[in-house]
Design a binder for this molecule. Structure first.
Ligand code: FES
Length: 149
């Protein structure tokens, strides 16, 4: 990992885990789901408010590590204004960013690219993808709690 990317990772994860954006619940959510990481016991719920097929609000309620909380914070910021299709594409792009063996270009979005820091730590990839997996379950209308395993 380059020094710039490591610094960015530490800065973004620290900032968003200490001061998470969109932490809380949405009483009038149109979609919601729960997720957990059985390896550590961390849990997250994701809530989404829709206007047609566009996400107008997203919140999360987590008891998790700094990476999962920071990732949920960045994710809920990114989601606002996205269509369901765009949100799914962001999920796929994020997973690719963390797991692809191919050379990938670093996204211009600094907050997203900061999580590329977990590529070197396979167990931490699950921390970062847990919020996105849970979001995906919410958008699919799944009422089964998703797990990272
Ligand atoms: Fe549990 Fe990160 S250590 S989700």
């Amino acid at each position: 990992m380059s020094i710039e990317l490591r610094d960015l990772y530490q800065e973004i994860v620290l900032e968003h885990s200490r001061n998470p954006k969109n932490a809380g619940t949405l009483d009038d959510a149109d979609a919601e789901a729960k997720g957990n990481n059985p390896l550590c016991g961390d849990r997250i719920s994701v809530f989404v408010k829709l206007d047609g097929d566009r996400i107008v609000d997203a919140k999360f309620d987590a008891r998790g590590c700094a990476i999962s909380v920071a990732c949920a914070s960045v994710m809920t910021e990114i989601l606002r204004g996205k269509t369901l299709k765009e949100a799914k594409a962001e999920h796929a792009r994020f997973v690719d960013l963390l797991t692809s063996k191919e050379a990938i270009s670093i996204p211009e979005d600094e907050e997203l690219s900061a999580f590329m820091g977990v590529r070197e730590f396979p167990t931490r990839i699950k921390c970062a993808t847990l919020p996105w997996q849970t979001l995906s379950a919410a958008l699919d209308g799944s009422d089964i709690e998703v797990t990272t395993e």
